[in-house]
Design a protein around this ligand. Sequence first.
Ligand code: SAH
Length: 248
Amino acid sequence: MSGSVVVAGLGPGDPMLVTPEVQAALDRATDILGYIPYVARIAARPGLTLHPSDNREELARAHHALELARQGHHAVIVSSGDPGVFAMASALFEALEAGAYDGNMDIRILPGITAMLAAAAKAGAPLGHDFCAINLSDNLKPWSIVEQRLRMAARGDFAMAFYNPRSKSRPHQFARVLEILREECEGQRLVIFARAVSTPDEALRTVTLEQATPDMADMRTVVIVGNSLTRQVGQWVYTPRAVTASGP
Ligand code: SAH
């Protein structure tokens, strides 16, 4: 019997935001692998083995899934949000490249709703024009690259979404991020702190760059910084679709 590996995005938290395609893959799985809190979102049932693991074990988890598939299992690796956004899909291909696996193995990546899109929808339309996403963690890249990309994005007048903005192990870096933004952008620039979007702990807060403080973000927060035209209308934050030729 030939097995398979699916890498599936569970969305930001609300079960309503799990796609039917992902739900079908979960229903068919024999094994579910992933970071402990993500696997905790999957209901136990007969015939299903859950393999929760720590978030530093991504490559080992990917090899494990490929090994299970080789043995005929239907392994599903779960990520929060989308599996291709700072998550397990790339780790799977790194493992595939490094290992001696059958090149024709049945592998599928199933998209999910990533945190920045769920957060943007709650806020209005802050990503309505050109934008970029930056992972502020320096686990897998030097901090100097984070600073450089941030500065370039600000100079390019991109709206920005920051993933992994702040953690206990690196509390000072987000203060540095705000400092760089203040060097590159005007003080009235809108910043949205969207925490635990689509979960019971959801909290959204919109402030100006001037007012933003490092403690407004934690690991459950995605931060959206508008471009120079991003504005408020009533309770909503949006970025207009057009810029003029002479504009930013
Ligand atoms: N693959 C995930 C991102 C993993 S990185 C996705 O596509 O969403 C983890 C980071 O994602 C967190 O530090 C936070 O910045 C963001 N994040 C994930 N879920 C979130 C949620 N429900 N609300 C706000 N931010 C979230």
